[in-house]
Design a protein around this ligand. Structure first.
Ligand code: HAM
Length: 425
């Protein structure tokens, strides 16, 4: 006897059918759009040397300090589960020297020891892209456009795009000095946490969502006013490109995002259908120094990541018709012959490209029809002893209220044609 059961760990969740059909739909749509933009899939390990993330996202970032799953393996190596995709994809780029510009997409779990709440998990799942080896603003526009087009393709409409530029290392450090002296004069007005830690990384104060910090930083110096000419030109070119392809955006001068690797363009898509604590559908930006920080040759980069759970929450909150992405079976085969007529019939249909399900274990007609209904199939093919002896199959439209009217017997040899015709209708 076992000693009780187990639950999925706090902050994680199982995804089973039929919900997983929505996941399949979202991932397949992303893969299709990534293909249209000529990205190739990259698969890299879920764990890396902890240094990849310390150097990548920054040791002082909240994620590195408080949320990473760090462990020692049996060989004494210090490893971490990936809290995000970018640092490991860039590590793979540095290791393999692919031809540039290198365009990679991924779907990956990401692990962060966060306080679990609606839309916030300790294992969430991201879809994302990274482009390495070019700082052409046209690539920034493409990466943002891919995210926008993909969100629309999965049915989302109520979201806003915020964009900013953080400049490159030099113009940003000039800004940080100005920000420091401004914050020094307003320390007492910051939130409790930032009153203590603002000096270690003043940019983090811009990212703080607490009202006290927001009030101080809104009135303070704004990053885009301190960009050097090259960074300002780059930012203007990105805005011009977005406008040229009809993508609306709002300038968000305080958008610095949570990781230290960002330079120049940063952006975030916020859903208007979700509460502020979980309204980030996705975000990303440039990281023109990251390849070098990870020991490689200089190579500019840009990308974004989007949480699958968030996208599904937003679809639900917007009331997007689930049928939009529904990938249910086409045909359910009901076999009451007592023989196994179903196996060759199902095989033939699958070889011809249909998604097919059936029942097993010689169930009753009634039980099989119940399963057929539940499967979401458009059509049922019924074979009983009579049909078998006549060399026929009965075809029934499961979505029609009056199935007797639409039901028909077809010769076994003509079944593929009959199914094709019905499904095309
Ligand atoms: P991020 O903003 O930390 O960026 O995460 C990307 C997205 O993942 C968020 O916008 C949100 O949709 C989702 N997400 C993050 N944390 C959680 C969580 N705990 N539970 C559920 N969903 C979550 C990155 O990770 C960067 N790597 C994006 C990037 C790619 N920048 C450049 N390239």
């Amino acid at each position: 006897m076992s000693e009780g059961t187990f639950q999925a760990p706090v902050g994680t969740h199982d995804v089973l059918g039929p919900e997983s059909r929505q996941w399949e739909g979202v991932i397949a749509t992303f893969a299709q759009w990534a293909y249209r933009y000529s990205f190739s899939l990259v698969i890299s390990p879920l764990f890396e040397d902890v240094g990849v993330f310390h150097r990548g996202i920054g040791e002082a970032s909240d994620v590195a300090k408080k949320e990473m799953y760090v462990f020692e393996d049996r060989g004494g190596r210090r490893l971490a589960l990936r809290p995000e995709g970018t640092a490991s994809v860039v590590r793979a780029f540095v290791q393999h020297h692919p031809t540039t510009p290198w365009r990679a997409w991924y779907v990956t779990p990401a692990f962060r020891y966060e306080r679990p709440q609606a839309g916030r998990y300790r294992q969430h799942h991201q879809l994302g892209v990274e482009v390495l080896g070019s700082d052409d603003p046209a690539i920034d526009v493409e990466v943002i456009a891919l995210a926008e087009r993909f969100y629309r393709a999965i049915g989302l409409r109520r979201f806003r795009l915020h964009v900013n530029s953080m400049g490159h290392a030099e113009c940003r450090s000039a800004y940080v000095e100005v920000l420091k002296s401004y914050l020094a004069r307003h320390v007492d007005e910051l939130c409790d946490e930032h009153q203590k830690v603002w000096l270690a990384n003043p940019l983090r104060v811009l990212d703080c969502k607490k009202a006290a910090c927001v009030t101080v930083t809104v009135a303070g110096p704004q990053l885009p006013d301190y960009l050097c000419d090259a960074c300002r030109d780059h930012f203007i070119a990105v805005q011009r490109g977005l406008t040229a392809i009809g993508i609306d955006f709002q300038l968000a001068p305080r958008l610095v995002r949570g990781f230290d690797y960002y330079t120049r363009t940063t952006f975030e898509f916020a859903s208007d259908a979700l509460d502020a604590a979980q309204n980030a559908l996705g975000g990303g930006g440039r990281y023109d120094q990251l390849a070098e920080q990870l020991g490689g040759e200089p190579a500019s980069g840009i990308g974004f990541g989007s949480g699958i759970e968030r996208l599904l929450l937003a679809r639900h909150a917007e009331g997007v018709d689930e049928a939009l992405l529904k990938r249910s079976v086409d045909v359910f085969v009901v076999d009451t012959t007592g023989d196994d007529v179903a196996t060759p019939l199902v095989d033939e249909l699958r070889l011809r490209g249909f998604a097919v399900s059936r029942s097993y274990d010689q169930r009753s007609m009634k039980a099989q029809m119940k399963l057929a209904d539940r499967s979401g199939a458009r059509l049922a093919l019924l074979v009983g002893p009579q049909e078998r002896d006549r060399g026929e199959v009965t075809i029934r439209d499961l979505r029609s209220a009056d199935f007797e009217q639409t039901q028909a017997s077809v010769a076994r040899d003509a079944v593929i044609d009959a199914v094709t015709q019905r499904l095309l209708k």
